[in-house]
Design a protein around this ligand. Structure first.
Ligand code: ADP
Ligand code: MG
Length: 380
């Protein structure tokens, strides 16, 4: 059953009525521009055809109560009495609630069902999709217009200040504002966006290594701190403001690790801009080369790959039909994204999966993706 039907079905099983609203917010894959968002740089994600779906109806008592199909668990809280942040998936909904209240939105209660086919912790941003679905629920119930950058910032505040994961703005921005059949180049400084078509006759293939990260583990937050230290050394507010020449001229006295972090961010920002040109020129070969170079830099300079990501990227890159492949998401586990000739996509997926399983004994999940639109109300 399609998730849209499933979520409506579950809702009517539980509440004995049809939902007033169904909202959808997609997961995403980042094509290029990794670990640049929190340095106010460039990223180029697309929304995928996997999403969080929420079926709901309003409540009059200021309570939010949601049942998760995947977790077989219910979260419930009072909008007027959120208490302190705790543990569990309800914190993403509470965090969005807290941030919206803090920014002066008038919120009313609701109840419903959530379901999702965005794999959890795979780097495809199930958390941002959950946040944007929650923000869309409040927005639709209040009959407000959807302000994608404002809601993305709400989601980021929920994640940073309530859940305690120091993530950037990319995930929420793409889930909130994607456009079907396109990737989106996002300038994380002013949140301006540019639509970028995918090269013709190509498919985006996501290869899940089945190894996992935790955002609240130290790796991600360490990298943020290292980028801040680098910016301080070069006397710029963010690494976005640093160019290659200035970087090369001012390395004296800089710790080698911090230098490598800076080299990654500065070169990755350049790669995103050039990759966008390649896509606009309908040139998958050049786009692929930038993806490969991005992986190398994430492995050698930023050091956020693991053995399985390196293996998967290498296997993908050497399999016929592949223009380029790189790790995607925060790293330390999760997925590789590959740009593949359409007619080879299915065979490519099977061949890489077999090779990877032979070496690791892990059976990878593979998704051949369509670029989808962003968060929306699908039924009113
Ligand atoms: P990801 O890379 O998928 O964003 P995170 O660790 O940031 O990984 O977020 C995953 C968390 O999001 C889950 O642990 C859970 O709390 C929440 N989540 C994701 N999908 C669902 C779902 N279908 N139902 C309830 N909570 C979910
Ligand atoms: Mg997440």
């Amino acid at each position: 059953m399609k998730l849209k039907e499933l979520v409506k079905q579950k809702f009517s099983d539980i509440y004995g009525a049809d939902p007033a609203l169904v909202v959808r917010a997609p997961g995403r894959v980042n094509l290029i521009g990794e670990h640049t968002d929190y340095s106010e740089g460039f990223v180029m994600p697309m929304a995928i055809d996997r999403a969080v779906w929420l079926a709901l109806r309003p409540r009059e008592d200021g309570i939010v109560s949601v049942y998760s199909v995947e977790l077989d668990d219910r979260t419930e809280f009072d909008i007027g009495d959120l208490g302190e942040p705790g543990d569990g998936w309800g914190e993403y909904l509470k965090g969005v609630t807290w941030a919206m209240l803090d920014e002066g939105y008038e919120l009313s209660g609701w109840e419903g069902v959530v379901t999702s086919d965005v794999p959890v912790g795979a780097g495809l941003s199930s958390s941002a999709a959950l946040e944007m679905a929650t923000a869309m629920a409040y927005t639709a119930l209040a009959s407000n217009d959807w302000n994608a950058p404002a809601m993305a910032k709400i989601g980021q505040r929920a994640e940073n200040e309530w859940v305690g994961a120091n993530t950037g703005i990319m995930d929420q921005m793409i889930s909130a504002s994607a456009v079907q059949d396109h990737a989106l180049m996002i300038d994380c400084r002013d949140l301006s966006t540019q639509l970028v078509p995918l090269p013709s006759d190509t498919k985006i293939v996501i290869l899940d290594t089945m190894t996992r990260h935790t955002h609240t583990g130290s790796g991600y937050n360490d990298r943020r701190a290292e980028c801040e230290a680098a910016a301080k050394h070069f006397n710029v507010e963010f690494l976005r403001d640093l160019d290659k020449v200035t970087l090369q001229k001012n390395v004296e006295g800089l710790d080698k690790t911090i230098l490598r972090r800076a080299i990654h961010v500065v070169s990755e920002n350049d790669r995103v801009v050039q990759a966008m040109s390649a896509m606009q020129n309908n040139d998958p070969h050049i786009m692929g080369l930038f993806m490969n170079a991005s992986h190398d830099s994430l492995r050698d300079n930023f050091e956020v790959t693991n053995r399985d990501l390196d293996l998967m990227a290498a296997l993908a890159q050497e399999t016929p039909g592949c223009y380029g492949a790189r790790m995607t998401g925060g790293g330390f586990g999760g997925c590789v994204v590959a740009l593949v000739k359409s007619e080879r996509a299915e065979a490519f997926a099977t061949e890489v999966a077999t090779d990877y399983a032979n070496v690791t004994d892990l059976q990878p999940h593979i998704y051949i993706c369509q670029p989808m639109g962003g968060a929306e109300v699908v039924k009113s």
